[in-house]
Design a binder for this molecule. Structure first.
Ligand SMILES: [Fe+2]
Ligand SMILES: [Fe+2]
Length: 464
């Protein structure tokens, strides 16, 4: 009981729509003034600010018309660092694994899980009190001998579940030592969340310096860039210690997004007032934890541009952010249907989104580089000439548009759908490549462009 008496500086928890048993579990651990009860209303919830962030958020069964995935997503967006628990007395549709995949930290069925709920709460409280650090997996790209890191790195030892320091801020990391670490698949490098921003900036600088390195030939540059981009993307995706869940998928994309954001803001801090990209990301709602197609496509497009040498990464990032703006004028039910289920008329309505986007750009008097406008207007054209809106074929389609289209396809295939683990980048790329190859008369991509990415997505060893 003495824990309750010093509640002033103890963390807060949020409670939405809990059943009496769930409530009593929370109430048995937290003092009344630590528990904030909110109405189960997602719109109001989105406006809730609590500083510092609550330690945990407890959701009861979702009210009519509210979908659990949405609950998890919105909660993640509001409170990135809070644990989100789903507590329900209803057995119908209760599948802990699926609920976790959809973004909840954990799920508990009342009354049978009452004790494990209490345990989970206590464990988190204990961790918060002891100030345990939060670690993120990272990949260091293009590390050169003698290069110093401006953040600490740690190694995770799965055997005793401990983190040990691998290098300290300011240390030179010996690439050989790093290789040795990588060859032991048991360990990967980690950075604490309070230093993760430094890691993003470091990675962006690494990418910039490959690009700006006058001593490298074009081919050497491209090779190093490809390796770097592959390391950033697949290294994180393939990390076996991270399960293929919504959460894992999201954190990878947001890591990449942060790197691209740093990269772009480094590029033209003088000419256009610094962080235009960051502001645009925020304005288009592409920032934060929630799945956002445009934000992802922007990130993938920029990475693909770096790896292939096609276009400028900042142009492709911008095109990615804007490419589907016009979907706002297409009814949601048509958007949600897979293409194969749309009627002819619905498909025609859907296709109009390209035109709507271009109109919006005109209407807002946005002045865009030519490559950006082309990429946007041609992102549904197909190399075989079977795309829309113009049915352009072959070289009449801008290469930037093909890179954007690849990022678009890539995002559709790697994003996590409800209850289904995401496809890995390599698997997604292989699928796109094979489809393109098998059905040349319908081909979406120039095979020569796809080939530039093959080495970026190595075939995976079959996990049986
Ligand atoms: Fe589109
Ligand atoms: Fe799209």
């Amino acid at each position: 009981m003495d824990e309750k008496s010093k509640s002033a500086d103890l963390p807060k928890v949020l409670v939405l729509g809990l059943d009496p048993l769930g409530k009593s579990a929370v109430g048995s651990i937290f003092a009344a003034n630590q528990i904030i009860e909110l109405p189960y209303d997602l719109e109001k919830f989105m406006e809730t600010t609590i500083d510092p962030q609550p330690l945990m958020v407890f959701f009861g069964p979702a009210p009519e018309g509210v979908n659990l995935i949405e609950v998890a997503q919105i909660s993640r967006m509001q409170f990135q660092n809070s644990a989100i628990f789903f507590v329900t007395p209803s057995r119908t549709g209760f599948d802990r694994k699926i609920i976790q995949k959809n973004g909840f930290t954990d799920a508990f069925l009342m009354p049978i899980d009452l004790d494990s709920l209490k345990e989970a709460i206590k464990e988190l409280v204990a961790r918060a009190v002891s100030g345990t650090k939060v670690y993120r997996n990272v990949q260091l790209v293009d590390l050169q001998p003698g290069q110093a890191l401006d953040f600490d790195t740690y190694m995770f030892m799965p055997v005793n579940k401990k983190h040990i320091k691998f290098s300290a801020e300011g240390d030179e990391v010996d690439p050989e030592r790093l290789d040795r670490l990588k060859s032991k698949s048991m360990a990967s490098l980690q950075v604490t969340t309070d230093q993760i921003k430094k890691f993003y900036e470091f990675t962006a600088r690494q990418l910039k310096s490959i690009d700006g390195n006058a001593r490298l030939s074009e081919t050497e540059k491209r090779d190093r860039m490809k390796t770097a981009v592959r390391t950033i993307m697949t290294g994180m995706f393939n990390d076996s210690s991270v399960e293929a869940t919504v959460d894992a998928g999201r954190s990878i994309v947001s890591d990449c997004q942060e790197i691209i954001k740093s990269y772009i803001s480094m590029g033209d801090s003088k000419s256009s007032g610094g962080d235009w990209y960051g502001r645009l990301l925020a304005a288009t709602g592409a920032e934060g934890g929630v799945y956002n197609h445009s934000g992802n496509v922007a990130t993938f497009s920029a990475l693909f541009s770096m790896a292939s040498g096609i276009g400028k990464p900042e142009d492709l990032a911008l095109a990615g952010l804007l490419h589907d703006m016009g979907l706002a004028d297409v009814p949601a039910d048509i958007q949600e249907k897979p293409e194969s289920e749309r009627t002819r008329e619905e498909q025609e309505t859907y296709k109009k989104h390209v035109e709507h986007t271009l109109n919006m750009i005109k209407f807002r008097k946005m002045i865009l580089p030519d490559a950006v406008t082309k990429a946007i207007s041609q992102h549904h054209e197909r190399y075989s000439g079977t795309g829309y809106p113009k049915g352009l074929a072959g070289n009449r389609i801008a290469q930037e548009a093909q890179v954007l289209a690849l990022a678009d396809e890539f995002d559709y295939r790697t994003m996590t759908k409800e209850g289904r683990p995401r496809m890995t980048p390599s698997a997604a790329f292989k699928q796109i490549y094979d489809e393109n190859l098998k059905n040349a008369s319908q081909a979406q991509f120039d095979l020569e462009i796809l080939k530039r990415f093959i080495h970026m997505f190595p075939e995976e060893e079959k996990a049986s």
